[in-house]
Design a binder for this molecule. Structure first.
Ligand SMILES: NC(=O)c1ccc[n+]([C@@H]2O[C@H](COP(=O)([O-])OP(=O)(O)OC[C@H]3O[C@@H](n4cnc5c(N)ncnc54)[C@H](O)[C@@H]3O)[C@@H](O)[C@H]2O)c1
Length: 180
């Protein structure tokens, strides 16, 4: 458990869609320290994640030392590949996993946070994205495009995130961290 008091702080953890990744573990640690936690979830994984939560399938992982279950204050659709919705190609916007979730871009997420929590909604941002389908292959079999996707999800998108929420801090930035 983190030996810091985050009561009264709100965190956004981008890159949570199950209980297996770093994002979930970080969200739980932040909640254990007293923060409220919102998640940004990749649209193709959003319904699966909501079902896992609703059906209690990951309750064991959600259980915190005080016995309470980790709660997400809000779970937002987020495809951090896109700064704005207009940037998303039609085939993505029309895809069955995307078309009904609203604005899933980084700008859309920033706007929803402001709508839900006011002009300065966040104290902590954690960027824990990974999108590397090529990772399963031996390194020399990776295509350049696969390498770029994996790298972009890790570092470039973190910079965009940071820019999109600049000036939206509720308090002095408590933290901005990236796992990759
Ligand atoms: N520092 C280290 O030693 C170390 C070790 C392992 C992983 N990492 C890094 O930690 C981060 C998380 O890794 P993990 O093992 O938890 O991965 P993971 O695959 O379990 O989780 C990554 C999450 O990112 C989401 N995601 C993918 N593309 C997205 C997009 N375009 N928009 C929004 N969400 C998207 C996925 O849905 C998933 O929920 C990665 O950046 C990874 O490179 C660092």
């Amino acid at each position: 458990m983190l030996a810091i008091d985050l009561r009264g702080k709100r965190a956004l953890v981008a890159g949570v869609a199950d209980d297996g990744g770093y994002g979930f573990a970080i969200a739980k640690a932040l909640a254990e320290a007293g923060a409220t936690v919102c998640a940004g979830t990749w649209p193709p994984a959003l319904n699966i994640f909501l079902n896992l939560l609703e059906r209690g399938k990951i309750d064991d992982s959600r259980r915190m030392p005080d016995g309470a279950l980790l709660q997400f204050e809000k779970i937002y659709p987020l495809d951090a590949t896109f700064d704005t919705l207009a940037e998303a190609p039609e085939e993505i916007r029309g895809n069955k996993r995307y078309k009904d979730v609203g604005d899933f871009s980084i700008a859309g997420l920033a706007q929803r946070l402001v709508q839900d929590f006011g002009d300065r909604p966040l104290d902590i941002v954690v960027h824990s994205l990974a999108n590397g389908p090529e990772v399963k292959k031996p390194l020399l079999a990776w295509r350049a495009s696969g390498w770029c996707r994996a790298t972009a999800a890790g570092c470039l998108l973190q910079r965009r995130h940071w820019r999109a929420i600049r000036g939206r801090w509720r308090s002095r930035p408590a933290a901005n961290t990236e796992c990759g």
